[in-house]
Write a protein that binds this ligand. Structure first.
Ligand code: FAD
Length: 416
């Protein structure tokens, strides 16, 4: 086992993980791999074994994934690893001085190291919640199952972000009539920028989605079994069901109530440790001090997994900073996308696009002051390695020469 650090001197015997999601489940892995022999407990509010969320808006909703394929590990794995899983149990308070977590079944769990992996919750739209209409949000396995059960008739999706668009795709493939309303001028415009967002807009329109951009929702009413949605352009819609997909908010209330430093997430240092020397945070809830990006909170599958593992090593004394670039993927219809990097609040000033918009096989690199800050491919799966390699590097003339395939462009510091 790695030696404990000066600031948390005693060797840990009891690790408690609050949050039985991706980050929490993956945190349990390196603990045993690194020889930690003490007690490991995962406290998860949901009734299920820890599971993957990406299939909830893709394979599970399409009916193409086996229901059990979403679980990170089966129960046997937790038994073999001597990890106690307390599903259906919510942590209600953290007592930092006593180093105990209070649970909603009245027990108190003592810890030497605590990992907060409480994730995020969908951002709510009060006018929808108060309307009495059939309103759905999508975060949990149960949400996904409920959505799947009613994926017919007409669906209004509010918000053309990743989840809204993935559900629109699944709903169209299930034969539903789908309208997507987005206040920005294009779907995913904050990530793709105006240069590329039209590729996604045309994809959905070609598949029969009524995509209304630069449009807000003014009111939602429901009476006599009929829903009336009024839009900012004066149009009126009558959907059977409404999915609100307007982003997520970090589940940091438990941490804040305990007195841990929070600011739109639990503040953690480069190594994912919180303001308390015995407590770490990982995944969607962590507001990370990233060595190259500064303060950043990432809501991506890969980050949750890597954060979980990194925090576990941290709890065993490894103070290395977490340096990985954010990575994201999405699948919509026959389009697969992978994205690496983070332009951050300073954005980008140049985009280098290779490939073909019509067939939607392309790569894009976003540059700021000549340095590649992010990259993406659409349906060009071999491109992800060169894209990863280029993020953080200064662009060369060859990189900007789009007649040369990205994989053939030498990195500035590579030989030959
Ligand atoms: P979560 O997975 O949310 O787990 C947190 C868990 O903690 C929850 O089960 C919650 O109930 C529990 N919890 C909270 N408070 C308490 C408490 N007090 N006591 C006990 N338990 C508690 N990312 C991608 O990169 N690509 C994708 O295609 C993609 N698709 C997605 C599709 C959907 C529908 C959703 C919702 C997310 C998707 N994501 C995707 C994002 C990715 O799934 C998340 O970033 C990831 O799940 C975050 O993991 P986490 O462990 O931080 O939080």
């Amino acid at each position: 086992m790695t030696a404990p650090t000066d600031s948390t001197p005693e060797a840990p015997q009891r690790v408690v993980i609050v949050g039985g999601g991706l980050a929490g489940a993956h945190a349990a892995e390196p603990l045993r791999e690194q020889g930690f022999d003490g007690r490991v407990t995962i406290v998860g509010a949901e009734p299920h074994l820890p599971y993957e969320r990406p299939p909830l808006s893709k394979g599970l909703l399409l009916g193409s994934d086996e229901p059990d394929s979403v679980f990170v590990h089966d129960q046997q794995w937790y038994d073999d690893q001597r990890v106690t899983l307390r599903t259906g149990t919510r942590a209600t308070a953290i007592h930092l001085d006593a180093r105990e977590v209070a649970l909603d079944d009245g027990t108190r769990l003592p810890y030497d190291r605590l990992l907060l992996a409480t994730g995020a919750q969908p951002r709510h739209l009060p006018m929808a919640d108060e309307s009495g209409a059939d309103i759905a949000y999508l975060r949990t396995l149960d949400d996904s199952r409920a959505l799947l059960a009613g994926l017919s008739g007409s669906l209004l999706v509010i918000g053309a972000g990743w989840i809204g668009l993935e559900v629109a795709s699944a709903a169209r493939q299930a034969g539903a009539e789908v309208t997507v309303v987005e206040s920005a001028p294009a779907p995913l415009s904050a990530v793709l920028g105006p240069e590329l967002a039209d590729v996604v807009a045309s994809l959905h329109r070609e598949h029969g989605v009524d995509l209304r951009t630069s449009t807000g929702v003014e009111s939602i009413e429901h009476a006599d079994g009929r829903t009336v949605v009024r839009l900012s352009d004066g149009a009126e819609l009558h959907p059977d069901r409404i999915l609100v997909a307007i982003g997520a908010v970090p589940d940091d209330a438990l941490a804040a109530a305990a007195g841990l430093a929070t600011d739109k997430g639990v503040l953690v240092n480069a190594g994912l440790r919180t303001s308390d020397p015995h407590v770490w945070a990982a995944g969607d809830v962590a507001q990370h001090d990233h060595p190259t990006h500064g303060r950043i909170r990432v809501e991506h599958w890969d980050t949750a997994i890597q954060h979980g593992k990194h925090a576990a090593r941290g709890m065993l004394g490894d103070e290395a900073p977490y340096t990985q670039e954010p990575y994201f993927f999405t699948d919509q219809y026959d389009l697969g996308m992978e994205y690496v990097g983070n332009p951050g609040p300073d954005g980008y000033d140049e985009v280098v696009v290779r490939g073909d918009r019509e067939s939607r096989v392309l790569t894009a690199l976003w540059l700021r002051r000549g340095t590649v800050v992010a990259g993406m491919h659409l349906n060009d799966w071999d491109a992800i390695d060169p894209i990863r390699a280029w993020v953080g590097h200064e662009a060369t003339a060859e990189l900007r020469d789009t007649s040369v395939a990205l994989g053939d462009v030498p990195l500035p510091d590579s030989e030959g």
